[in-house]
Design a protein around this ligand. Sequence first.
Ligand code: ZN
Length: 432
Amino acid sequence: MLETSSLGDEIYSLIRELYPICRSITGEGFRETLARIQKEIPLDVHEVPSGTQVFDWTVPKEWNIRDAYVKNSRGERIIDFKRHNLHVVNYSVPVHRKMSLAELRTHLHTLPNQPDWIPYRTSYYKESWGFCLSHNQLQAMREDEYEVCIDSALENGSLTYGQCYLRGQSSAEVLISCHACHPSLCNDNLSSVAMATFLAKYLGQAQLRYSYRFLFIPGTIGAITWLSQNEDHLDAIQHGLVLTCVGDRGHITYKKSRRGDADIDRAMAHVLKHSGRRYDIENFSPYGYDERQYCSPGFNLPVGCFMRTPHRKFLEYHSSADNLELMDPASLAHSLMTCLSAFYVLENNRWYCNQNPKCEPQLGRRGLYHAMGGDRGQKLQEAAMLWVLNQSDGEHTLLDIAERAGLAFDTVHDAASLLLRHGLLKEVPAQR
Ligand code: ZN
């Protein structure tokens, strides 16, 4: 069993280490991030050249940045990339010249309603440049001749992604995907990057029925690239999750796959229902994260999206306030444990056939039925045995039975294991 208090601290520490790196959808920051994750889990790093056609998209040029600033006429860096990497519009083309405040202003981005925060802006697919700063900082800027410098490079290179494959007994796969392209932002997306790393680390030590594939990819273009390059392999994916925003103090939100009734949707709903904690379940929508690509109609993969507070519901989203203070180690551990519980359901969900289907088998004779009193756990176990015996006609899975009986999957699974040991059940092949 995992020690959840130290687990949350470990995930948090990885977030803290990755926080200062200036990531983007391509470039050295992304590679540096994967290199750090590689210290925890086996990760294959793939490079896809700029210009590669991936469905309707093209892998962009690679972006790297060394420095950026705006200096006033006294030579003071009044906006400084080295103080916060959100100060530069991600994917800004190089610039180095002097200009007036009026000209500079057309390249400045602020959040007037949150005057202390720096916004996060990108310009991946249109060549431009800009700076982001707090609104208060902008208000303090006076007419002057400013020296503007962005020491970046936008050149042919490659898009990088990381893949960790854990082989189980079956080649059928569970896909876990997270975007890892944001610079110093925590909930979106370092929380999911760090949680996925520890999920892979834990599952790597377990006996698994399914194989698990973890993807650390740049958002949108990374999922499109991966799908494009792995199209003939997608039949293996039987369940999947996109992870994002998993470290804030809010409750869990699960967004169903486009199918709506995939096993992952049912397993997650079941686990949340029996968690005793508040949660939300949302129907699929074609916006959000990379579930948009996995659930596009040409693939329609059974991939849901696991979050705590969805991006549109926390003010700090895409700003400098999505920082380490927003991260809660207990929430990080709880997010990971909830996903593990859903995977436990998937791993153990089977079809069985009652081997004594004509009337009930005599459980008392086998020591399985305690007619005298018994505690609540015992009563639940007995109810679960009766449900499993009654519904195991080869057409209902243990999850079907747990749902029908209103019992937790664990209880039904324990009952099935006991009946199996007494020869009263037999596993049968999957029926759907
Ligand atoms: Zn984002």
